[in-house]
Design a protein around this ligand. Structure first.
Ligand code: GLP
Length: 263
């Protein structure tokens, strides 16, 4: 795991967006794994701005979203499909057929979840997987105790996740209690993982994910098994990490080697 300690969420957002745009420059048919939630919104804004400036072309890009609420209609403002169109897809030139979400409505869900993993593999696998993390350590909707090798499937949401996300639902409105999510194994198949986490509410999850044991009780800790996972943290999210100084020095050393053209 590479830990990038930034001074602000904006700085983290800038770094992640630049990384994605650089990769897009090198590989126009980039395959992106995308996340929802408040954390990646700034990255999507920067991608849209780059497109508007003529600096990014999404025509050949293919996307696979991490998760979606079971049975929440696409047009519901809290569905992850409407989120993605609102924040990104409506504002760039990605063809509709290049955009993919896990199956979350209708029948044959198990088979269609398998098809989703196959579609990802068929696209050549995910080049960059963008991630946030839940305050209970979940990635996607892989709640604590999710199998570390799980594939796309249905998950029951924990009380913690339901209460964290209840702010998005009007009083009396039914909040979905189930979701379909890429599995932890699916996520770990991505060639590169970029996770962002901001604010003190994420500090405990980050402590467990980065410096705790690899354990399904903190799904984010599975990223320790990935050869190219980078975590971009603001000072509050990083506040409980014991090895902060070491992460800083590691980053400085890497930047120095990069400047010398040795990487
Ligand atoms: C949801 C999503 C996750 C996301 C998490 C954190 O539960 N399923 O993919 O990482 O929320 O959301 P936020 O970025 O709003 O803190």
């Amino acid at each position: 795991m590479e830990i990038v300690l930034t001074n602000t969420p904006e700085e983290a957002t800038e770094l992640v967006a630049s990384l994605i745009l650089d990769c897009l420059g090198e590989k126009p048919d980039l395959v992106l794994g995308l996340a929802t939630g408040s954390t990646p919104i700034g990255v999507y804004r920067r991608l849209v701005e780059a497109y508007r400036r003529g600096e990014a072309d999404f025509f050949q890009v293919r996307t696979f979203n991490l998760d979606e609420y079971l049975d929440l209609p696409a047009e519901h403002p809290q569905s992850y499909r409407s989120f993605m169109w609102r924040h990104l897809f409506d504002h760039i030139n990605i063809p509709r057929e290049n955009v993919h979400f896990p199956p979350s409505e209708g029948a044959n869900l198990l088979r269609r979840c398998e098809d989703y993993d196959k579609a990802i593999a068929g696209a050549g696998g995910i080049d960059i997987q963008l991630l946030g993390i839940g305050s209970n350590g979940h990635i996607g909707f892989n709640e604590p105790t999710s199998s570390l090798r799980s594939r796309t499937r249905i998950k029951t949401l924990t009380e913690k996740t339901l209460s964290d996300n209840s702010r998005f639902y009007k009083e009396g409105e039914i909040q979905p209690g189930l979701a379909v999510t890429m599995g932890i194994g699916t996520i770990l198949d991505a060639r590169q993982i970029l996770l962002q986490a901001f604010g003190s509410k994420k500090a405990e999850a980050l402590r467990a994910a980065v410096e705790g044991p690899v354990s399904s009780i903190c799904p984010g800790s599975a990223l320790q098994l990935h050869p190219r996972a980078t975590l971009f943290l603001d000072p509050e999210a990083a506040s409980l990490l014991r090895l902060r100084e070491y992460y800083r020095r590691t980053r400085q050393n890497e930047e120095a080697l990069r400047r010398q053209g040795r990487l």
